[in-house]
Design a protein around this ligand. Sequence first.
Ligand SMILES: [Fe+2]
Length: 180
Amino acid sequence: MELRFFPINIFRETPKVTFFDAGIDSSNGSDVVIHSGEAISPPDDLKNEQYYVHYHQIDHNLVITGERTFVLINPSWDEPHHVIYLNRSMGALEIPIGTYHRSISGKEGCIVLNQPKRDKFFDPTKEFIPQKLDKINLIKARKSPPVYWIFENNKIKRLYLNPVERKVKTLIRNEKTFIP
Ligand SMILES: [Fe+2]
């Protein structure tokens, strides 16, 4: 499964000032999620991890300050488990409909701008209810070895680690998206 990242368009950058266009053409929402220090969205319920899953919204998560780790679980994907160490340079991470997801910030905290694409059936009272991984296919997907996404040498890289092989693939950037 190749994830999509929508790059920002930097107009001006100096040591103390960064000025960029973060627009996503198809987006019709603009949500800000602030983690003031160590935090998880959605928080654990006792010891159980919780996740969001959307049915009428595609997320595009862009880190504005700090770093945030996203975990994506989708049993319908050939690679159902992804861990993304997201920073601003990677652009906005797209999270497709039906994908279980959660995000984690370190001690420094983090600000994320989500520019979703919502359809006409979107209902905020139904779309943001934390879910446990309570089905066999979800638990199996969570236990499968994750694909890691990192930013290194100015490029997004995906790493798949297992005891026998180690694959590193670099994505090539075009104008609007990273195409593998
Ligand atoms: Fe979301």
